[in-house]
Design a protein around this ligand. Sequence first.
Ligand code: C5J
Length: 229
Amino acid sequence: MSGPVQGVRKSIDAVPYTFTFEPARTALLVIDMQNDFCAPGGFGERLGNDIAPARAIIPHIDALLGKFRMLRLPVVHTREGHLPDLSDCPPNKLERSRKGGAGIGSEGPMGRLLIRGERGHAIIPELAPLPGEWVIDKPGKGAFWRTDLDALLRSLDIQSLIVTGVTTHVCVHTTIREANDRGFDCLLVEDAAAAYDLRDHEAAVRMTVQQGGIFGFAASTNNVLHGLA
Ligand code: C5J
């Protein structure tokens, strides 16, 4: 199958209003679907969270991945984590992780927590990146901070981002805010993003779309798949 046709615009039934986009200039962003946030014994669970909501979105992200792969549209995965010597981990983040019971760099069942190269840092096998997809390693919550994501998206001539992953109110929302400030049109896929607490998820979705879509748009997986059809 050939790639997307330049100049063709499509639309997705979204909140606060219809999201229009050019598929040829659209990327799927899968934020931090790593063992550390989605698997038992990872960083997220060690902080006292129930990982069930993070696992519940896996089939929805998988469906979106299938569609983007079929249409040959770009897929970008991100991973939050730090260098083994912690030189890229701010002291305040390190201290709070320790006080929260999940010290970054401490030993867990999947290796050192939130450290690059450990099993906990890897993307969950169900959503493993395929050759040709991009993986952005980030030390912060936002995917643009200290990464090449901005340069990558501009080199691909991307204008619109379909955003999924965990956690909605932390890394997903920070990334949407950063992207919005850079001029990218963001659509948050409500049922392909999760927070450990539903209230945080709902608040993040509300914040995204309030005031006429101050940070972006929101829609269901089905609506995105339908809009891409
Ligand atoms: C967190 C993330 N919650 N990926 N990271 O620390 O949202």
